[in-house]
Design a protein around this ligand. Structure first.
Ligand code: ZN
Length: 157
């Protein structure tokens, strides 16, 4: 894979979408993790375009994700804050920015992250959704007190 130069990325940038969501100012290299934390896979419906390592005056380099025909909910938007707190969300309707919002780090994460403790009740066959409190030291499992302090993205379900 060769690196696309910034001129190519600019081309992607200006391709506008009619309806959907543009997630801008993602930390460089984090776009795929953003997609992952939103639960988007090859089998879900969204048309997705991703620009990585775009030159940014404010950030050096940034990533951009565009989702056609999908508007993110507040809960989905705030998940993004866990991996890219500077991200901005633009909801697009009929080619215009309908709403612009920042991301806020949520206080509780439910069902997105798997507890690394194999003995945790959330990892058994019980129908229990994982729950983590977002604390300054990391993500704290409500069931077993395990704390995820780094590499959050490797624990996303
Ligand atoms: Zn746990």
């Amino acid at each position: 894979m060769k690196n696309a130069d910034s001129a190519d990325n600019e081309g992607l940038l200006v391709r506008r979408i009619k309806n959907g969501t543009v997630i801008d100012h993602i930390d460089g290299g984090e776009a795929l993790n953003v997609v992952k934390i939103l639960g988007i896979t090859g089998t879900t419906q969204e048309a997705l375009s991703i620009a990585t390592n775009v030159q940014s005056r404010h950030m050096g380099r940034k990533d951009i994700v565009k989702l056609t025909n999908r508007e993110l909910s507040k809960e989905e938007v705030d998940r993004i804050a866990l991996i890219s707190p500077r991200a901005t969300i633009n909801i697009i309707r009929n080619f215009k920015v309908f709403e612009k919002k920042g991301v806020e780090i949520p206080t509780l994460i439910e069902g997105i992250v798997r507890c690394p403790n194999p003995g945790c009740i959330s990892n058994t066959n019980e129908p229990i959704t994982s729950k983590f409190d977002v604390l300054p030291k990391g993500l704290h499992c409500r069931y077993c007190d395990w704390v995820i302090t780094k590499d959050l993205t490797s624990h996303i379900l």
